[in-house]
Design a protein around this ligand. Structure first.
Ligand code: COA
Length: 260
């Protein structure tokens, strides 16, 4: 599939996916969701891709939300489908078994904020702006915003942001835990790739299992979560990466992980 609304760039062992409708502030329309869905399948099927970075084209926006012109046509049934479609794609992104990092390079509003939240972590440029302004349109966040925002920033802050529609800057987003780091716009991608390379130097099975276990902590009781963690721990102890990592420590050398 060739892409009109996203760019998919494969590096050695990671990929960069860029939302590419800069003249519309990378607003998320149906074509873009279809292409994103296809790209996620591509990532799933390619074992050489060990990490994914998601960003927006241009210096102004990561994504300014769902495409309001498309949304405007919705009724009760099509509106529900509109929400489900975006949610499904974002859930697939979140469930990828490799780290997914959002490099938020400008506006991340509505669906843009929701897309960033469906990534595992978020780095932001200093000009980035975050918000769930759907109440201004007479709707609520429809791509998981009411579910992921409270998990990230707590219920009270999520309600404050969602019912006010207020837009916050990158440093406020950092303070409430919505983003992990803030960098000058010119450094955002370099810093993101630097972090990506740090993660890529670790045992990839251990990295994936860690993300899996941490996400499961949101669904499981503490006892069930501890059991799940022990199960994954045992599985990793049967991997070559585990033998390599522990042997490298004992032999005082750098580990050379192979991801198996
Ligand atoms: N859906 C569709 N088109 C959008 C869009 C969206 N969510 N956000 C921006 N665009 C389009 C604009 O219509 C405009 O297109 P045009 O040149 O064909 O008119 C283009 O992107 C540039 O946006 P513009 O509004 O002119 O830029 P700005 O710098 O004046 O304002 C924002 C930037 C982000 C404040 C403003 O675009 C905005 O409020 N967007 C909607 C945010 C929103 O409510 N998102 C939630 C959607 S559920």
């Amino acid at each position: 599939m060739s892409y009109n609304t996203i760019k998919f760039e494969q590096k050695d062992n990671f990929a960069i996916l860029t939302l590419n409708r800069p003249d519309k502030l990378n607003a998320l329309n149906t074509e873009l969701f279809n292409e994103l869905d296809d790209a996620i399948t591509k990532v799933e099927l390619d074992d050489s891709i060990k990490l994914l970075i998601l960003t927006g084209e241009g210096e102004k926006a990561f994504a300014a939300g769902a495409d309001i012109k498309e949304l405007n046509q919705s009724d009760k049934n099509s509106g529900k489908l509109f929400s489900q479609k975006g949610s499904k794609v974002m859930r697939r992104l979140e469930l990828l078994n490799i780290p997914v990092i959002a490099a938020v390079n400008g506006f991340a509003l509505g669906g843009g904020c929701e897309l960033a939240m469906s990534c595992h972590i978020r780095f932001a440029s200093d000009n980035a702006k975050f918000g769930q302004p759907e109440v201004n349109l007479g709707i609520l966040p429809g791509y998981g915003g009411t579910q992921r925002l409270p998990r990230l920033v707590g219920v009270a802050k999520a309600i404050e942001l969602t019912i006010s529609g207020n837009i916050i800057g990158a440093n406020d987003a950092l303070n409430i835990g919505l983003v992990n780091q803030v960098y000058p716009q010119s450094e955002l991608m370099d810093k993101t790739v630097e972090f990506a390379n740090l993660v890529l130097s670790k045992g990839s099975m251990a990295v994936s299992a860690s993300i899996d276990a941490i996400y499961q902590s949101q669904n499981l009781s503490l006892n069930d979560g501890l059991d799940y963690e022990s199960k994954l721990f045992g599985e990793l102890c049967a991997s070559n990466d585990f033998k390599e990592g522990t042997s490298a420590f004992i032999e005082k050398r750098k580990a050379n992980f192979k991801g198996n």
